[in-house]
Every structure is written in structure tokens, then in C-alpha cells.
Write a new protein. Structure first.
Length: 360
């Protein structure tokens, strides 16, 4: 199960649940706190014109002026979002040398000097911390750095299967780039791998193109690089062997092998035409962009926030919803059980779990 985050101020919060619209005898409106909510405005392209026609003449004229000014406000908002993208691109260029150095040290392409090592010791460690790790001169760079980074966020960790871990051991860098908003707004996540036995590519990317709608980001389309998996190494499918009986009574039993999709972190790189699914993948990519990339060292050491508080907030919301449901049920009159049957509501069936990604 994938859970997603949204950004408020300087922190990420769990995305609110989608709630079903209340049912009503009327298809167009429902009563809510004494006021009629007309849902036809969401599907009727002429709703605005029809609404204005119901207003008194002078009120209608004043409303038209406000609508025109509101369109100007939307333009200012969109200009602001474009300027923020330009500012992000500026600072991405300033961060780039620091992230290049991080990549070189992680991969072992560059050995830090003694002076750099001494400068890297936190002052609050001096004379207080005893280093118990063994000196391994054979290790190159920091093995498994990015796998640890991703695994130290509880939501992303839940997406990584055992088979995914073997692949992510070869991940040597994650980088992000904001696209030129004057051409097409959006951003790209790039995963760089060393040569490995699992697929042919050394770089995988996913790009999200969006539309600025006065502070709200609406996903337009997505683009991603295909993965050329080597035979038997695809972690997004599972091989299942099934027994198949012959239609004839004396027919021999045969076994049929087929592949089925399964849970995997690498489903992130699969194309999807589902708008809601793309929004969810974009939310995941935003977490990597805003948290994992800039704070990679803190995630590696385990000092960065691991997302548990977001899960706690979501669980609290679920408990509040359950309490509200219980209160509503107590207010309802429960009919007596029918003779020969059981009274009370039946519990909902448990949700089906996704297929395990292990080979069978």
C-alpha cells in the first residue's frame, strides 16, 4: 500500500483521504447544514452563465467585474509560480557542485583528504564519541548508500521488496532537475546505477509535467525511461506455475508457467494513463525531490525525519473517522433481528493483499 504526502510550509503531511459524496434522492444537490449544494456546477459547462442570469441586473454587473479581477489574480499567481521555478533552477545550479562531490565520495571516485575528514567530525563528537567500526580498506566509497537513504523513510521502505533491495544496491546517485517553466513546467528525477546484472540501462528517469493553477499543481502528463530487464531479473513481475488438467478424463496433468505483475519499487518507472495514479507517483517523487536528495546524508545516518509522524497523523485521522462513525451508528435505531437470521451489520471483508514479489 502506498501512502502519499503533501507539502505545507516547511513540512510534509499525510494526504487527506478522498471522501465519497453523500447520497441523496436528488442527483443535482444535497442539503448540507441547511444550504443546498448544487453539484451540477462541476459537470455543466454553462453553469457560470446560467448562474449569472439568475442574479439581479446590478448585482450581476458587479459580479462580472469581480470575475474579471479574479482572472487577473490567477495570472499573478501563475507568474509567481513561474518565478519560483526559475529561483529553484538558480539554486539547483549552486547546489550542483556539492552534490557532485557527494556522488564522487559515495562511489569512491574521489578519496577525501585528511583535512576534509578532520573538518567533517562534528564538534559535539570530539572527546565524547568512541568509534567502534572496523577499518575496512577494501571498501570502495560508501556501499549501499542510496539503498539506506531510501530505506530510512518508512513510506518508501514499505515499497521496497527483497528483490528490489538487490537492485538498489547498485544505485549510485539520485538527482533532480526543475524544467524550464518558459518551455514546459515540471521536474525530472534521475536514478543512476552502476553496471549490473538486472537491466541494461545505467540511468532511469521519470519526468512530471504539470500546470500551475494559482498555487495548485495539476499533473499534465508523465514521461519515463523504459527498463530493459535481463531475463529472469524483472522485479515488477512474479513467475507463477499452475497445474492444468486436461479436459479428457485420461488426460495427463500439465504445468503452465506465466508471469503476473507484483508490488515493486520499480513500478515507479512504468507508464500509466490513470490520472490519479500519476498524481500518487508524483507525490512520491516530490518526497524524493524535497527530502531524500538534499538531505541524503541525514537519511543515511538516520538523523532525518523518517516519515513516522506522517503515519501517526494519518492513524489519528482514521481513529477520528471511526469515532464519528460509531457515534452516528449509536444515534440510528437498530431494527430487531429477523427470526432465523443474525442481527447487526456484518464486518467488511478484509482487503486483498498484493502479490508477494518473490518467485514461486
Amino acid at each position: 500500500k502506498i501512502q502519499f504526502l503533501y507539502f505545507i510550509g516547511s513540512s510534509w503531511k499525510m494526504a487527506p483521504k478522498r471522501t465519497q459524496q453523500p447520497e441523496s434522492d436528488s442527483e443535482d444537490s444535497v442539503q448540507n447544514e441547511g444550504r443546498a449544494l448544487d453539484f451540477s456546477r462541476f459537470t455543466n459547462p454553462n453553469y457560470s452563465r446560467e448562474f449569472l442570469a439568475t442574479l439581479p441586473g446590478k448585482v450581476r454587473d458587479r459580479t462580472k467585474v469581480l470575475l474579471h479581477k479574479d482572472a487577473e489574480r490567477v495570472k499573478v499567481c501563475n507568474d509567481r509560480e513561474m518565478a519560483m521555478d526559475e529561483l529553484r533552477r538558480k539554486y539547483e545550479a549552486l547546489f550542483s557542485p556539492l552534490f557532485d562531490l557527494r556522488r564522487e565520495i559515495v562511489t569512491g571516485a574521489r578519496l577525501p583528504t585528511d583535512e576534509e575528514v578532520a573538518a567533517g567530525v562534528p564538534k559535539d563528537h570530539e572527546g565524547k564519541v568512541v568509534y567502534t567500526g572496523s577499518d575496512d580498506d577494501t571498501a570502495k566509497g560508501i556501499p549501499g548508500f542510496w539503498l539506506d537513504v531510501l530505506s530510512h523513510h518508512v513510506i518508501i521502505q514499505d515499497m521496497i521488496t527483497e528483490r528490489d533491495q538487490e537492485v538498489l544496491e547498485h544505485l549510485i546517485d539520485i538527482s533532480c532537475a526543475t524544467l524550464d517553466p518558459k518551455v514546459r513546467p515540471g521536474f525530472t528525477i534521475i536514478f543512476t546505477f552502476e553496471a549490473n546484472e538486472f537491466f541494461q540501462e545505467t540511468k532511469l528517469f521519470k519526468t512530471f509535467y504539470w500546470k500551475h493553477e494559482c498555487g495548485d499543481l495539476t499533473i499534465d502528463t508523465c514521461d519515463q525511461s523504459p527498463i530493459t530487464w535481463n531475463e529472469g531479473k524483472d522485479t515488477t513481475v512474479v513467475t507463477v506455475t499452475q497445474k492444468q488438467k486436461s479436459k479428457s478424463k485420461k488426460g495427463a496433468v500439465r504445468y503452465v508457467t506465466k508471469t503476473e505483475p507484483c508490488d515493486s519499487f520499480f513500478n515507479f518507472f512504468k507508464p500509466s494513463e490513470d490520472a490519479e495514479e500519476n498524481e500518487q507517483w508524483c507525490s512520491l517523487a516530490m518526497t524524493i525531490r524535497e527530502k531524500m536528495c538534499p538531505l541524503a546524508v541525514e537519511y543515511f545516518t538516520g538523523e532525518a525525519a523518517d516519515g513516522s509522524s506522517d503515519l501517526d497523523d494519518d492513524e489519528d485521522d482514521e481513529e477520528d473517522d471511526e469515532e464519528d462513525d460509531d457515534e452516528e451508528e449509536e444515534e440510528e435505531e437498530v431494527p430487531p433481528p429477523r427470526r432465523g437470521g443474525r442481527g447487526g451489520a456484518q464486518p467488511p471483508a478484509p482487503a486483498a493483499r498484493g502479490k508477494d514479489c518473490k518467485q514461486q
